[in-house]
Design a protein. Sequence first.
Length: 389
Amino acid sequence: MQFIDLAAQQARIRSSIDARIKAVLDHGKYIMGPEVAELEETLCAFTGSRHCVTCASGTDALLMPLMVWNIGQGDAVFVPPFTFFATVEEPALLGATPIFVDVDPVTFNMRPDLLKKAIEAVRSQDNSLYPLPKVALERKLTPRAVIPVDLFGQAAEYEALLAIARQHDLLVLEDAAQAFGGSRHGKKNCALGCHAAATSFFPAKPLGCYGDGGAIFTDDDELAALLRSIRVHGKGGDKYDNVRLGLNGRLDTLQAAILLAKMEIFPAEIDARQQVAGWYAEQLQNIPGLVIPGVAQGNISAWAQYCVVLPAGKRAQVMAAMRAKGIPTNIYYPKPQHCLAVFASLGYAPDDMPAALHASQNILALPFHPYLEEGQVRQVVTALREALA
């Protein structure tokens, strides 16, 4: 059994992929070729966003808007502690201070009520209101931005998050690296009203290429223009007219071609993901101590992963038992961000973020992809039940 079955997907669209790649080889425009512009138009049409700026990775998609906004030293950027490293890495790389905001124990997304407390704590330099890093107590930081993450495929609570952000004049960058294809109240992820949204086309994502890739979405014309400049070393009128600092953030034409082939079947794959998630939810009922993933009202998840929370202390034995039966599992994520060695200087204690800590100690990702069959889901669930018995 495959944890993620890219081979089944490739078999379905191999002829389209081959034709797309051949077209690139024939015209030879490997950097910023016509497929890149076509993909950006396709993704705008799919999401409803005004602008799509493709880039070299999901990490660059997070970094580039922060660069445009001049996020840096003295700025506080609010991030969840239960996420992939890049969410926190990019503002920290620019010199900003990450302020961790704990997550909901079922959706694993940032809690708006705790965001409000964290902002108030930073403004008053009072960690009795909410846990803060040492630097926020030593010198006054300026709250500048918040990066909610649509973890495992479903949107965060953007109505509440955006209202808080407007109240405190914060920029909002949606991290939809795992959620492209999902929606909230009828609006697609990456077009939920944030200043910008970032996604990833890493191969294992719901929409993945055969290498690294990413995209930024925005309705802001000026921001889009600046992103396109930063994407090519801060170019002005041409690539040798450098008017700002930038990076080499371009998406390869070959990767754009592959993504265009995959977009032909992407809506059907999102539907299939709902079916597989439904099978899991139905068959995982009534297992003592097991918490299955919940989808917030109004959300359609892209189901990048299907993660359950096990009873405390059971994960190692469950993984070993399932591995013995040929069933792969994974852990997203084994350590919350505030506990990583790279952020030790911030001075957070592990239990400052109790929901993130509990999730990291007990979460388990089960095999999940749109080509999983009902019988395979039953096989996974049976093995899980037996391992927990």
